[in-house]
Design a protein around this ligand. Structure first.
Ligand code: NAG
Ligand code: NAG
Ligand code: NAG
Length: 128
């Protein structure tokens, strides 16, 4: 079956929108194929990347061990999970965070009083 003109127009418009540079946003799986876990250096993971407003972070992890808390810089450094700015944990071990503000975001795993955070499950994301 041949596509009618209105359908073709919609398909072409979508294709052009996807190809325009600067318009598309990137979704990053935090830690890539390692996910959000212990024994990963997330500073090293984030270092070579450029995060822009409109991008997304995708945290994939064992929901019985980790969670995803956005915290202040001070609490990121000390692994203090008592006063999160935002609790991104939805309970399924799959959390999506929209980077919709130009700032540095700080995330930690706050389970078991920050134990995993102190073992490295923490990441700072500077958004341009
Ligand atoms: C993690 O990687 C960063 C950047 O490469 C490095 O400066 C830091 O020492 C590493 N941390 C650990 C605990 O290995
Ligand atoms: C974060 O939200 C999850 C799911 O609603 C909840 O189970 C958990 O207790 C919350 N954690 C904190 C530190 O608020
Ligand atoms: C960014 O997203 C958060 C969480 O969904 C929301 O609370 C906040 O209002 C948003 N900020 C902007 C500037 O859109």
């Amino acid at each position: 079956m041949a596509l009618g003109w209105p359908t073709m127009a919609v398909v072409l418009t979508c294709a052009v929108a996807v190809m325009l540079p600067g318009v598309s946003s990137t979704r990053y799986i935090v830690g890539a194929n390692m996910g959000w876990t212990s024994n990963v250096n997330y500073t090293a993971w984030a270092r070579a990347k450029h995060f822009y407003r409109g991008d997304w972070l995708y945290f994939v992890y064992d929901r019985n061990r980790m969670n995803v808390l956005e915290v202040k810089k001070r609490d990121y450094k000390s692994c203090n999970s008592e006063h999160p700015l935002h609790n991104w944990t939805n309970g399924y071990g799959r959390d999506v965070v929209p980077l919709n503000v130009t700032k540095t975001y700080y995330f930690i795993s706050g389970r078991t009083k920050g134990l995993f955070c102190r073992r490295g499950t923490k990441v700072a994301i500077p958004v341009k």
